[in-house]
Design a protein around this ligand. Structure first.
Ligand code: 5GP
Length: 197
């Protein structure tokens, strides 16, 4: 069976390590194309425009939305907007590269709705789960880059997001980043099956 390029949407609760798993894939699997999102939040130290995100103004984000340039977008943690530029995703898939979107749950739902409505590439929705709730809280607090208020907001979002696991095609438990990344890459390049699930 031939390998297919597929669109993989990776979502999961805040601080589960989606970004770290995605970064490991970016470093270790250059064959996988990684979607760079647009965001209205400012860069964190070490983040590079065009590599980690396209850092844009509110006005520029408004324009991208108005002109239909985003495959999906969402306001995350009630503070900033994030969205997936549509054209690069289409170009990567057309070029035969498996494409990875690391986005939040609202965005994953939008991608599913859009594909159901308009048709589109075969897509696999993957939920990245923490080994336990306690571990998730530890990771969330351990990161230490957010204010107390922001952390509370993120915990609240995480509770809601954890409950969404059943909406996804596959769950990967993020016990160890390279292991989770390897599982994800295996799913991205696996021959497609005609599963009715
Ligand atoms: P951070 O600000 O910590 O980099 O990311 C915050 C959240 O935004 C993460 O949950 C991440 O998955 C989500 N996110 C990043 N890019 C996108 C995007 O393009 N669309 C959506 N819907 N969420 C995104």
């Amino acid at each position: 069976m031939a390998e297919q390029s597929r669109l993989v949407v990776l979502a999961g609760p805040t601080a589960v390590g989606k970004g770290t798993v995605a970064a490991a894939i970016r470093d270790e699997h250059p064959d996988v194309w990684y979607s760079v999102s647009a965001t209205t939040r400012p860069p964190r130290p070490g983040e590079v425009d065009g590599v980690h995100y396209h850092f844009v103004s509110d006005e520029e984000f408004d324009r991208m939305v108005a002109e239909g340039e985003l495959l999906e977008w969402a306001t995350v943690h009630r503070v900033a907007r994030y969205g997936t530029p549509r054209k690069p995703v289409e170009a990567a898939l057309a070029a035969g590269r498996p494409a990875l979107l690391e986005i939040d749950l609202q965005g994953a739902r939008q991608v599913r709705e859009t594909l159901n409505r308009d048709g589109g590439p075969e897509a696999l929705f993957v939920f990245l789960a923490p080994p336990s709730w306690e571990e998730l809280v530890r990771r969330l607090v351990g990161r230490g880059t957010e204010s107390e208020e922001e952390r509370e907001r993120r915990l609240e979002t995480a509770r809601v997001e954890l409950a969404a696991e059943a909406e996804f095609d596959v769950t990967i438990v993020n016990r160890e980043v390279h292991d989770a990344a390897a599982q994800l890459v295996a799913l991205m390049t696996a021959p497609s099956t005609d599963s009715e699930a």
